[in-house]
Design a protein around this ligand. Sequence first.
Ligand code: PLP
Length: 403
Amino acid sequence: MKNKPLHKDTVVIHEGYDDKQHHGSLAVPLYQTSTYSFENAVQGEKRFSGEEAGNIYSRLGNPTVQVLEDRIAALENGAGALAFGSGMAAVSSVLVHLTKSGDHILCSRGIYGCTFGLLGLMEDKYQITHSLISMTTEEEIERSIKPETVCIYVETPINPTMELVDLQAVVNVAKRHGLKVVVDNTFTSPYLQNPIDIGADFVLHSATKYINGHGDVIAGLLVGKDAEEIQTLRMTVQKDYGAIMSPFDAWLLIRGLKTLPVRMEKHTSNAEKLLTYLKSQKLVESIYYPFDEGNPQFEIAKRQMRAGGGLISFTVKGGKESAQLFMDKLSLIKIAVSLGDAETLIQHPSTMTHSGVPVEDREQMGITDSLLRLSVGLEYADDLIDDLESAFAALEQHSTTHS
Ligand SMILES: *Cc1c(COP(=O)(O)O)cnc(C)c1O
């Protein structure tokens, strides 16, 4: 049993923690401390010089946070991980680590709004440029590489259209050009997709979403395939920019992470039931879900994802007015951004998460006024379907009385 790597279902519960070293405490203790005392002056000297491993100060490392870092590294098949105060802190830290003034970042089109904002900031202040491309073929990726390109930054599935980037194609091109590959894996969680297995160098998560799963923490995680590089990042960008995770948030995340596998199974099975239901609705125009027979990218999905996950986007007939009316007629399903919580959430990308994207870009990305995004939660599927049913009935009535 010792030599066999543990399955993900076991890793989320046991990795990186030995209760015998903590008075038999079965739950990982919360080390709510800012500093650590040294046994003597020489030990302090050795900890600072790196000659002796051990705690110094909680911005440089904390035992509770360490358990979470070890678990996420094991789940993503990486060699090391760092915990951050938000998903955006993980994004900005890895990009600051990989770039210098004058460099270029090649990105998948449709990245998270604040990542887009960060890239604008980097361009304005440090002349670090970027291009946004669809990344569907190796040729297209190859064509977009410039002499100053240093990394490829990818999100897949893309929010909110659920379009996929072919990770193998990205890795193949990156290898030929010696570029680092960073994947924002928030939408699938480490349970459904592991980009390091395909050849990515870094994987990051907004742990606010599926990893925590309970909607009560803002946090980020970054996993690297090279342990030394993660250690460098810890002792440079993370230490000096200081965007660390608090021990309490790590403690909550350790608790949330334990149920990630069972939650992802249920998110997926609920999403599949809602998908079947939505397909039967005549007021629904199009549906976007990675594991859908009708999805032209189904083959890519099957190659790099284990299942479809909990996010479904769809369009309703009648544009913005219908979309907003539909949302207002829901009661169990909450109108909220974010995703990956136990509660089912619905949002309207064109007026909410993507309202800052210029209209032409939005239209090019397929984010129309009739598009809605559902983060399917963990409730009983038929209760969710009943809620959707009453909203569709109201919409139907509205369209007959107004036509
Ligand atoms: C939420 C999110 C982020 C940002 O994470 P925060 O924890 O809110 O800082 C980044 N990428 C994706 C895909 C997200 O959904």
